[in-house]
Design a protein around this ligand. Sequence first.
Ligand SMILES: NC(=O)C1=CN([C@@H]2O[C@H](COP(=O)(O)OP(=O)(O)OC[C@H]3O[C@@H](n4cnc5c(N)ncnc54)[C@H](OP(=O)(O)O)[C@@H]3O)[C@@H](O)[C@H]2O)C=CC1
Ligand SMILES: CC(=O)C(=O)O
Ligand SMILES: [Mg+2]
Length: 759
Amino acid sequence: MARKTENSGPSVSAQEALEFHAMGRPGKLEIVATKPMATQRDLSLAYSPGVAVPVRAIAEDPSRAFDYTTRGNMVAVISNGTAILGLGNLGALASKPVMEGKAVLFKRFADVDSIDLEVDTEDADEFINCVRFLGPSFGGINLEDIKAPECFIIEQRLRELMDIPVFHDDQHGTAIISAAGLINALEITGRDMKTTKMVCNGAGAAGIACIELMKAMGFSPENIILCDTKGVVFQGRTEGMNQWKSAHAVKTEARSLAEALDGADVFLGLSAKGALTTKMVQSMAKNPIIFAMANPDPEITPEEVAEIRTDAIMATGRSDYPNQVNNVLGFPYIFRGALDVRATTINDEMKIAAARALAELARKDVPDDVAAAYQGNRPKFGPNYIIPVPFDPRLIAAIPLAVAKAAMESGVARKPILDLDRYAQELSARRDPIASTLQRIYDRVRRQPKRIVFAEGEEEQVMRAAVSYVNQKLGTAILLGRDDVIKENAKHAGIELNKQGIEIINARLSRRNGIYTDYLYERMQRKGFLFRDCQRLINNDRNHFAACMVALGDADGIVTGVTRNYSTALDDIRRIIDAKPGHRVIGVSIVLARGRTVLVADTAVHDMPNAEQIADIAEEAAGFARRMGYEPRLAMLAYSTFGHPQGERSERVQEAVRILDKRRVDFEYDGEMAADVALNARAMAQYPFIRLTGPANVLIMPAFHSASISTKMLQELGGSTVIGPLLVGLNKPVQIVSLNAKDSDIVNMAAIAAYTAGA
Ligand SMILES: NC(=O)C1=CN([C@@H]2O[C@H](COP(=O)(O)OP(=O)(O)OC[C@H]3O[C@@H](n4cnc5c(N)ncnc54)[C@H](OP(=O)(O)O)[C@@H]3O)[C@@H](O)[C@H]2O)C=CC1
Ligand SMILES: CC(=O)C(=O)O
Ligand SMILES: [Mg+2]
């Protein structure tokens, strides 16, 4: 039975939420140029006089706007803030964080560019008049958080006036996702749509759209009873009615929700917390299907249902129970498919196709690389798994493909896709693997929380990271430092440390101090260290103390580095923690650039590795790539490609390749090659004998300096995100952040340390 999952979704404090939105550049998105803007020539092309040429071309043929402007991949998220989430009418400006949030989810999940527009009027005509003229700017319009019944009028009029998709997500997104869940719930309980009896509680934006879609899918209108605050919407009712409710009024003797539910198969809740009672659930048919989707609190909790029935299939809108019906499963992918065929609208066929594709995905076996998105529990189609989770990486290929196909078949695609297999591949390439990798890391740590030492516990960003670590239910955060200094600094920064899961340890006062000193002395006595040197290090140096904690099992991992440079911190740690037997300690950086992720090694440890060491680094990096969920394709990089031009440094890399050949390793690798050949399929095609099946996703650098210089340049000049270097190959999990690391970097590294601490 569906119960709240332990170590469920992250809980965040109000302070964290505000800091998240305020940090760096306020808000959640920025505009980035996709063309160079560096030279006079660039400016002449981008703006006057060059820009006049596409202007004329578009004036002659409007479809050219898709070739020369952002229109084809750009969606506006538009609201007037009259029904912000479940918070009510708080106005256009207050809705901006939600709309910015949707804009970035579009990008994150489906690589759709998006911008939020908040329109400050509650008058439907004014709103329509404002939005109707925006068509030239966008490929689609996502209306959001506009209250019923105005939302129906607004959407209907804009659909008539505009030749691009206009889609109110609170209506249709909800309808599509709940339809997908329902298709599967019916299948599991052996029901037929035509004869299934459904009661929908809530006759607003979501409720009305849901039952309209259900009817379009095959439910019999006479089997669906709609209820609102006044009870059943029956034919002849006059109180609290409007034309949208009237359209679904049925002939029935039932007047209350309780009466309507007697013997019903399905309850769809799109109303309010607590609207469904256990008594009503008791009266439903065998194997009842209960979707209690009110947010944030459902109409009835899964626990309440479980108390009285064991045969129910239960879904909610929340992430902390199985079967989450959430619109993020839909809108990015639905628009992706619609944009890719330049659809004029999102019609019922496309909605139904999305719902069916979503439903089908839940019935498929979950492959390894997807199982991780499910917190390591490989879900199996059944009552507790009727719908995929938002982080399921298969969604990006499955849903847009289905939507695009339906658009073509129903005649609303202006640019049909001829090669659908190729389209499916292009869709998969859009997925951002590191985001799902980090999510997987967080999810697993949540299931197996770990004690992580935050060695520089007196630093403000470290304290914030520790709080975030605990709030995200990743485990216990141990702050090393002087109790009074930590508390004073925390007070000054407004950080609340007084919570379960945060421990403060003062090395000098710790009862383990003597044991750690003995341990360090044992290891260092023949390396020129006196006992008193070791005592001083344990008392004064937090890295040494932290490393002893981990070495002797008092903690699971360490994160450090904000007050020491990388190599000093690593030297401190290496006095106490060795390499894993048979492994080499290396640094791997994860580089995310334009939706692409590559791992780069060795970015931390070996200054000028010899051929044997380069081969070891390659093996270590390939193993790490697999642990992160990538099938490695390694390029052994040099300034030359397959012998040209010749030089001693390239020969070393060639030798490393021969060593890997002899070792008969079980991953793809080749080299030596230059970075452009490794990363660019066209450049690679000039070498038909190459053994890589595609562009490399792991780059093995010939030396530390090239690794360090290139990753830092990518970060500073290329706008790439670089995570790491992550330390790989140590016997205990330790991660060292950079001197200027932010709290979010520190938490990521703490989570990675916890993840590599294993089960
Ligand atoms: N899980 C998901 O993905 C989503 C969930 N929702 C949830 O659905 C609910 C409704 O949202 P939305 O349609 O946008 O809101 P609207 O304001 O448009 O509609 C609300 C409807 O619910 C009815 N209602 C409210 N309280 C009760 C009650 N106690 N018993 C019966 N009916 C009630 C109202 O009745 P009346 O007409 O008489 O006022 C109205 O018909 C919210 O809780 C929202 O969180 C919404 C979108 C997505
Ligand atoms: C989920 C959503 O869109 C809402 O609650 O409004
Ligand atoms: Mg909404």
